[in-house]
Design a protein around this ligand. Structure first.
Ligand SMILES: [Zn+2]
Length: 417
């Protein structure tokens, strides 16, 4: 992060979002975000990053309906345990009700509050063999949870959001290895964003359901995985969910605030309720264990945290606009335009500021918009096929050859600094 930005007073992400034209909230949709073009760039870049990282690990992406019959959540146990009052439940006319002229239909559908039950339906569309496991489905489905209006808070607490979600279906003897791989993935992911993740292992609660032997073994597996991944961890005694032990992932932001972001959660219950099976080596059907996992949790909340962490001065790879090219006068306009086109072809998010404003005003506006690099084009720059580069914190990098500037941008994007 630029040093100068670090000293700026802390602002709420909602205010930064408004100043930088990233997102907004409107009374017509409490607890839901309206992404503006610039904010959506950040969202898409993060999504692409997580997609690439997980594809390398053998995940297959699925997509499942937002609105489903609530019989599914009754079967999965969510209706009772997650709580039907925490969901948005809808009364949709069935064909026969319309034919009968019924005005008020039964509450029969819900907006999904989580992706897991639907993921299991895809798992069960075919007979799975022990050789197929682990199966890893990632799912970036839109979720709705009926949070009370009093607790809604910008991107931090929403009613509609999306998680970088995935479900792993594993044999019990694969738990340890898959958890170890997940921990390694989480560490790699956060290190590449310059965060140091912290782990907390939550053990069996008093109200635990399921086979105590399976619980004991799973807890041992999780602890072994934490040790073999060589990560530091704390223990939250008896803080596991009733359906399985879990590992919580926390980070600290630039204000040293602690955020719980994501969870790796073992689940013995959903495979029972949804009657999931695989055919084992002995030819007999067995229950797989399900692992729910997210790495940064909700995209929206994570972007809210990053917005405050960076105070709007996102690193180059996440910046909605990475470079603004500014001709000093109209005379250099067409040359500046050509540079913009060339940088665009190289995948750089670049804009042209050809307003008839004074250069100082353009530089000030670019800095206020937290654009990492401002490229100035005058006659001398044109003569030497170069560009004068300023950073958003006021640092003057002097004249750089266009090709060197492009090289510098690509390296920084790659390193995510
Ligand atoms: Zn899940």
């Amino acid at each position: 992060m630029d040093n100068k930005d670090n000293k700026a007073p802390l602002k709420d992400h909602r205010q930064i979002g408004q100043e930088l034209d990233l997102f907004s909230f409107h009374d017509v949709a409490p607890g839901a975000v309206f992404w503006h073009p610039k904010g959506l760039v950040i969202y898409k870049v993060l999504e692409e990053f997580i997609r690439k990282e997980t594809e390398k690990e053998g995940y297959k992406e699925i997509s499942t309906p937002v609105m489903v019959k609530n019989s599914l959540f009754k079967q999965s146990g969510h209706w009772e345990h997650f709580g039907k009052h925490n969901m948005f439940n809808l009364a949709i006319h069935e064909d026969e009700e319309i034919a009968e002229g019924k005005i008020v239909p039964e509450v029969n559908y819900s907006l999904k509050p989580m992706n897991c039950p639907e993921s299991t339906l895809i798992y069960s569309t075919t007979t799975r063999s022990y050789q197929d496991l682990p199966i890893k489905f990632s799912d970036y489905g839109m979720l709705h949870r009926r949070e009370l209006s009093g607790v809604l808070g910008g991107l931090f607490r929403l009613r509609q959001f999306t998680i970088d979600d995935a479900h792993l279906y594993v044999k019990p003897d694969q738990i340890q290895e898959e958890i170890r791989k997940l921990l390694t993935l989480v560490v790699r992911f956060y290190k590449s964003l310059n965060f140091q993740p912290e782990f907390y292992f939550s053990t069996k609660p008093d109200k635990a359901m399921g086979d105590p032997k399976l619980w004991d073994e799973a807890e041992k597996d999780l602890e072994e995985a934490l040790k073999s991944a060589k990560v530091k961890y704390g223990i939250k005694k008896k803080d596991g969910a009733f359906y399985g032990p879990k590992i919580d992932i926390h980070i600290k932001d630039s204000q040293n605030r602690d955020w719980q972001l994501a969870t790796i959660q073992l689940d013995f219950q959903i495979p029972e309720k949804m009657e999931l099976e695989y055919i084992d080596a002995d030819g007999k059907p067995k229950r797989p264990v399900m692992i729910h996992r997210a790495i940064f949790g909700s995209f929206e909340r994570f972007i809210g945290i990053l917005t405050e962490h960076y105070r709007g001065a996102f690193p180059l790879w996440l910046s909605p606009v990475q470079v603004i090219i500014m001709p000093i006068t109209d005379k250099q306009g067409s040359h500046a335009k050509k540079i913009v086109e060339d940088l665009k072809k190289e995948g750089i998010r670049v804009e042209l500021d050809n307003r008839t404003e004074r250069l100082q005003a353009k530089i000030r506006d670019g800095s206020l918009q937290k654009v990492p690099y401002l490229g100035i084009i005058g006659d001398r720059e044109i003569e030497s096929s170069s560009i004068s580069v300023r950073m958003r914190n006021g640092k003057d990098l002097g004249k750089l050859k266009i090709s060197d500037f492009l090289q510098k941008l690509k390296e920084e994007i790659d390193k995510k600094i």
